[in-house]
Write a protein that binds this ligand. Structure first.
Ligand SMILES: C[S@@+](CC[C@H](N)C(=O)[O-])C[C@H]1O[C@@H](n2cnc3c(N)ncnc32)[C@H](O)[C@@H]1O
Length: 219
């Protein structure tokens, strides 16, 4: 019995592996670069960033690099970096971002948290991870930041935000998105303050949940 317990993947693990398989195989560079809605969000984000002091920014799940492109255009002296698991998106990003941009092909649950950046950003990432994994990524974001974590995500108390009515392990989970309770994940950490957590409507960019976390500095 013990032997089987070690080898059987939990339902949540299976969903996670399905998500990885889905996201790493899609050719989505143009879709995410050309989207009017997503571009409006990137431009909105740039305006928000003008309100804070930062010298470096890293986007977890950077996709084709659209956010980093607009950030770099407005803050050319800010060190930028990001990761993703989709090589097609990352090679697109390499062409539009400066050579100095650190681009890492690594799973968000495995990012190097020793290499700190002032701001850690996620946009539309946590909603694609089952909550156990979203929780790991949230903790990684806080460990990797020296100042702020900014999430632009879907959030809510409900577990499955959208998906097939009948949850069956055989169903390809790319059809699913989640709405993790991001605030709750931060509340159990003692080294941060929740600056804001609210729904916002971005002109031409739709509704999104904005969560801003400030890292506490202990001296
Ligand atoms: C909805 S897209 C958002 C991309 C980008 N943040 C943007 O604003 O355009 C989700 C991205 O998360 C990436 N992703 C999904 N699971 C991931 C994981 N476990 N680790 C790193 N990236 C992941 C996908 O490959 C995809 O690029």
């Amino acid at each position: 019995m013990k032997h089987y317990q070690h080898n059987i993947m939990s339902f949540e693990e299976k969903l996670y592996h399905d998500q990885i398989a889905y996201w790493s195989s899609q050719e989505l560079d143009k879709k995410f670069w050309n989207s009017t809605k997503l571009t409006a969000r990137s431009k909105w984000l740039v305006e928000e960033l003008k309100k804070i002091e930062f010298q470096s920014l890293y986007e977890v799940g950077m996709g084709c690099g659209r956010n980093l492109f607009y950030i770099n255009s407005s803050f050319p002296n800010v060190e930028i970096g990001g990761n993703d698991i989709n090589l097609n998106m990352l090679s697109f990003a390499k062409n539009i971002l400066p050579d100095s941009c650190l681009i890492e092909c690594v799973d968000a649950i495995d990012i190097n948290t020793e290499h700190k950046f002032d701001v850690i950003l996620t946009h539309g990432l946590l909603m694609h991870l089952p909550s156990k994994y979203a929780n790991i990524v949230v903790n990684n974001c806080l460990d990797k930041t020296s100042k702020y974590v900014i999430h632009l995500e879907k959030e809510g108390p409900e577990y499955f935000y959208k998906g097939p009515k009948e949850l069956d392990p055989a169903i390809v989970s790319s059809e699913l998105t989640w709405a993790p309770d991001i605030e709750a994940m931060y509340k159990i950490r003692k080294d941060c303050n929740i600056v804001t957590s609210r729904d916002i409507e971005i002109e031409n960019g739709g509704m999104v949940k904005l969560v801003v976390i400030e890292k506490k500095i202990f001296v």
